[in-house]
Design a protein around this ligand. Structure first.
Ligand code: PDD
Length: 286
């Protein structure tokens, strides 16, 4: 079965889908995106993702391409046409196509909307979680608004590649002040010696993850204490556990950071419990 993409009102074969070479995201990274998990056919935490999309659009003064009901319909249609039961749906909105000039194009320039979906093997994800991943730390060289989910991901891509070449699955980005902000494509967490979850506050220096928000809800239900504060690389090395969160990897235990074992070098019980509860409606307070 060939993959199907939605591009500006049409469902087309993925391999034949295209966008203008004048697209503002191609020229200037002038676009935003979301990645939403499809869990047993359901768009998980769709509300949070659509709210964040609207926020990203407002921050960049980007016109929404369509109303929310229509967008929800398109997301479901792309999931259905690609027969995705477990996987992800990707959506990207750009400021449209216009002759290359830095300032915004004419107000009537239509935004470009692309939606794709792809399956993901949940069993493979769980197997990976039970092994845990390695992380390296790198300087956070991004711009000062990573709270906006833009497609401007070059520093993130460079960091991910460096991690891969070092045999790691993620890079934790460290600010000039020595504190870990987040992962190149995930939020970063540690568990301290008293079993408390520590993660960077959702200010302008990180992306406020929808998965992160869900973990905070689960922690509240399970009476796990949480401290939203920045932590250092040294604290990470000394942590009892570490993990990352994001729509593609959910809660993924981290067992090595910069080659040092975290805790006993195996996925920690807090991270695995959070992962185990992730899709459980009983742990949702909202
Ligand atoms: N990345 N921080 C960054 C820099 C991210 O790119 C992501 C997600 C997150 C976690 O956000 P959420 O929990 O809402 O997925 C944090 C997506 C999955 C990606 O770029 O593929």
């Amino acid at each position: 079965m060939s993959r199907v993409a939605y591009v500006n009102g049409r469902y087309v074969r993925h391999a034949e889908a295209g966008i203008s070479i004048d697209d503002r995201a191609f020229l200037f990274s002038d676009g935003i995106y979301e990645v939403i998990e499809v869990f047993d056919g359901v768009l998980f935490d769709e509300r949070g993702h659509l709210d964040r999309l609207a926020r990203s659009a407002a921050e960049l003064r980007l016109k929404p391409p369509m109303g929310e009901a229509a967008l929800k319909f398109v997301l479901r249609e792309v999931v259905a046409r690609n027969r995705v039961r477990f996987g992800h749906v990707y959506l990207q909105v750009t400021r449209g196509a216009a002759r290359r000039e830095h300032y915004f194009p004419a107000a009537d320039t239509p935004p470009n909307l692309v939606v794709t979906a792809r399956p993901h093997d949940p069993v493979a994800g769980d197997a990976k979680a039970h092994k845990g991943i390695a992380v390296i730390t790198l300087p956070d060289i991004r711009w000062k608004r990573p709270d906006i989910k833009t497609v401007s991901l070059l520093p993130n891509a460079l960091a991910k590649q460096q991690a891969k070449e070092a045999g790691a699955a993620e890079a934790w980005l460290v600010g000039a002040d020595g504190f870990v902000t987040e992962g190149a494509s995930s939020n970063a967490w540690i568990v301290d010696g008293e079993g408390r979850l520590i993660t960077h506050p959702a200010d302008s220096s990180i992306l406020s993850g929808i998965t992160r928000a869900r973990i905070l809800e689960i922690a509240a239900v399970k009476a796990i204490r949480v401290i939203e504060r920045a932590f250092t690389v040294a604290e990470t090395y000394a942590a009892r556990e570490a993990f990352i969160s994001g729509a593609t990897m959910l809660v993924m235990p981290v067992v090595r950071v910069d080659g040092r074992a975290i805790g006993d070098g195996a996925p920690g019980p807090v991270a695995l419990a959070l992962r185990g509860a992730f899709h459980d409606p009983m742990t949702s307070v909202g």
